[in-house]
Ligand binder design. Structure first.
Ligand SMILES: [Zn+2]
Length: 590
């Protein structure tokens, strides 16, 4: 039986057509070359995706809602001291506009533009110059620049030092549409991107002495109507569903980011629909709007709007972004820890090799950390050598520029992305016992709490929480053993009656464990909110406790200590409650 499951997987993988996916990419690149959410081509793009899904047998519609989106235009950096020079750039989305003559100030180079990069520097009243990177990402660089009193932000593109591409993108830290509670966090300074070819000499000039410059930015920020495709395939014998979803909108050409992701999703959806009668769970597909010019507004709206359906029924989320990039050589995936074991099995089956699973970060449309749905985001990636040469351009030197055309896409690479995506989707849609393994989450939880306990002072007291985490770790091993035992009985050909009931009960409990453990491990704001994009604390597991070490340096009877203790002790209590609940859930499932 195990053999026939593998044979079935091989069959569906073979059925997914790279040629068909390539044709979708060509259509999108040709017919809707600019895909800015809220403007007309985005609607034609949405119609194309909706019509395709309908033709496969999905019930497809478009959700219509407002999004606060940006429409940026070219910007400029004018060096006014030393060598006089005008550098053409592009305004980042959600930057504010300067007056036409620009805003003048001294340039200050701050490296990657993270919190530590400002130590010993006075950025007040200055225009900061930083490197484009994901450490931290642009919106967090902007938040940090603003907090340090900068009046403008210039980012130098990544890639080779002679890379002439001008980067586009967004600097909005608010995740999803702003609300009355966080609209004050929208960017309040001008921010532009410039090419690396011209940025590197300016950076060197700054290192030699004071450089004065003028920044000119130009962008609108408007509420526009968004049309977001959403489709359901009612297939499963269980009232649960897997979500395949990825963003539609793009900057510049957007062939690999992200017509390729859309194409892979369409192909996986088509094959799953062909095998509808073999699926245990429903399939839902969504194509997110305002990922780029709004920052995750479509996926955030989806979570808020479909909250109850998601909370009760969603068993996993596969996000596909930037597939099929030329020169990519090796598949790498980031996943919620409960999927790490499944990743190794799926990757071996689909690609014949395994790369270690990596931590899923709250980046591109990972809007399900609060509600607690495990997710996967992976792609074919570049070699270490190439990335070093490109100064960390993980999405290629063409990233978010007009150079992201079909010329930088590769059919053979795309084929690999399709194979692995098909394998994940098939496993999650058909496996009787959900392929979750909480031993990973439990170990991470215990290790993080032990680390925080050692880093803080006696007044916080994490002993009870650590003991509970040890208890959950032991029970998670029991849950995994139980899942394997039931799955083995299915694999041996047994079915029906009490085995189905036992599997359904275990699946329900495991889903609830995910709902509880994911927000604790990966969010500060908790279940109902969305942390800002790239928030530095999110680099740590259990980020709500990331600052516990501040207590150690303060007099326990001081006001400063009391202010921090009051905040952190409540976070400790929230985490403790959740870990106690995890113990109870796991005890019921063992
Ligand atoms: Zn993307």
């Amino acid at each position: 039986m195990a053999q026939s499951v593998t044979a079935q997987l091989d069959e569906v993988i073979a059925e997914a057509s790279t040629d068909k996916a390539w044709e979708h990419m060509e259509w999108m690149s040709r017919e809707v070359p600019t895909r800015i959410s809220g403007w007309e081509p985005a609607k034609r793009h949405a119609d194309y995706l909706t019509d395709e899904l309908t033709s496969y047998g999905f019930a497809a519609h478009q959700d219509v809602f407002p999004g606060l989106v940006a429409y940026p235009r070219p910007g400029k950096l004018i060096i006014t001291s030393a060598v006089e020079q005008v550098i053409e750039g592009y305004t980042f989305a959600h930057s504010i506009s300067t007056p036409p003559e620009g805003l003048e100030g001294e340039l200050l180079y701050v490296g990657a533009g993270g919190e530590a990069d400002y130590e010993g520097k006075d950025a007040r009243g200055k225009i900061v110059l930083a490197e484009l990177s994901y450490s931290p990402p642009r919106p967090e660089k902007t938040r940090i620049a603003t907090a340090n009193g900068a009046i403008g932000l210039i980012l130098i593109n990544w890639g080779d030092d002679d890379n002439p591409s001008i980067p586009q993108g967004t600097v909005k830290p608010v995740w999803g549409n702003p609300t009355v509670d966080n609209i004050h966090m929208m960017p309040n300074l001008p921010a532009i991107g410039i090419a690396r070819l011209q940025g590197v000499p300016i950076r060197e000039l700054c290192k030699q002495g004071s450089v004065r410059a003028t920044i000119v930015s130009d962008a609108d920020r408007l509420w526009k109507t968004l049309h977001q495709p959403h489709a359901r395939l009612g297939a499963g014998s269980e009232p649960h569903f897997l979500l395949l979803a990825d963003h539609m909108d793009s900057w510049g050409g957007g062939a690999t980011d992200n017509t390729s992701g859309n194409a892979v999703t369409l192909e996986v959806a088509r094959v799953l629909a062909n095998h509808k009668s073999e699926l245990r769970r429903d399939i839902q597909v969504a194509f997110w709007q305002a990922h780029e010019n709004g920052i995750m507004e479509g996926s955030t709206w989806f979570v808020d709007h479909y909250w109850d359906e998601i909370d009760r029924g969603m068993i996993g989320y596969i996000n596909i972004d930037s597939s099929g990039m030329k020169y990519a050589t090796q598949y790498e995936a980031t996943l919620s820890p409960e999927f790490w074991t499944m990743h190794e099995e799926s990757m071996q089956a689909a690609l014949g090799y395994v790369t270690p699973p990596k931590r899923l970060e709250k980046t591109g449309d990972q809007s399900f950390f609060g509600v607690g749905v495990p997710a996967i985001s992976g792609r074919m990636e570049f070699s270490k050598e190439l990335l070093e040469r490109w100064h960390g351009a993980i999405l290629g030197p063409w990233y978010q520029s007009t150079d992201d055309t079909m010329d930088v896409a590769d059919k053979d690479v795309l084929a690999q992305d399709i194979r692995i995506s098909m394998a994940y989707a098939w496993t999650l849609a058909t496996r009787p016992v959900l392929p979750y393994d909480f031993r990973h989450n439990a170990r991470i939880l215990r290790e993080a709490l032990e680390g925080y306990a050692a880093a803080t002072d006696d007044t916080l007291g994490l002993d009870v929480t650590v003991e509970l985490a040890k208890g959950f770790e032991a029970k998670a091993a029991g849950v995994y053993a139980r899942a394997n035992e039931l799955q083995a009985r299915f694999a041996a050909g047994e079915s029906g009656g009490s085995l189905d009931d036992d599997a359904a009960a275990l699946n329900d409990t495991m889903r609830t464990i995910s709902r509880t453990v994911i927000p604790v491990l990966g969010s500060v704001v908790g279940r109902y909110g969305q942390d800002t994009y790239g928030l530095s604390a999110l680099k740590r597991w259990i980020p709500s406790l990331a600052l516990v070490s501040v207590l150690k340096d303060q007099d326990p009877l001081s006001g400063d200590h009391a202010l921090w203790w009051g905040k952190l002790v409540r976070e400790r209590n929230r985490v403790t409650d959740a870990v106690r609940e995890l113990n109870e859930l796991a005890a019921a499932a063992e």
